[in-house]
Design a protein around this ligand. Structure first.
Ligand code: ZN
Length: 151
């Protein structure tokens, strides 16, 4: 596994739509491993576009174990939460967003099997945030209240 460079907000690639993964092969598995390595010590999730690859692939770990999602789709949402969000691609920026409290996501895993992931709270936020990246959406588009942290 290897760390890759994280694309930051100035790069227009973050605004592009990612393409579906057609074959779950070693290349995509290596990409997901690299994404996990890049994200694990600094965040709770990452989308492939954040390492410059326009493919619908996401890795999330909110402290409950690694979740790999290929071609993820949100199929159900319920409730609402207003919490502080940030993004590896937007260093120094934080703000409150409104997200569903619970989400259900269908995707493929690293073996190419169909999986259903159910998330609540932080996991629900992470799922929404990362899946938004696949359509060129940043959390900053959804901030309802900015937050300034003193260093
Ligand atoms: Zn992000």
């Amino acid at each position: 596994m290897a760390k890759r460079n994280i694309v930051t907000r100035e790069d227009p690639i973050l605004r592009k739509h990612s393409r579906p993964v057609e074959n779950v092969d070693d290349r995509i598995r290596m990409l997901l491993d690299d994404m996990y390595d890049t994200m694990k010590d600094v965040g709770v999730g990452i989308a492939a576009v954040q390492v410059g690859v326009l493919r619908r692939a996401v890795v999330i770990d909110v402290g409950e174990g690694r979740i790999d999602l290929i071609n993820p789709v949100i199929t159900e949402t319920s409730g609402q939460q207003k919490e502080i969000e940030g993004c590896l691609s937007c260093p120094g920026e934080n703000g409150y967003t409104l997200r569903p409290m619970k989400v259900t996501v269908k995707a493929l895993n690293m073996d190419g099997d169909e999986i259903t992931v159910y998330g609540e709270g932080l996991l629900a936020r992470a799922l929404c945030h990362e899946i938004d990246h696949l359509d060129g959406i940043l959390f900053t588009d959804k901030v309802v209240e900015k937050v300034k942290f003193e260093d």
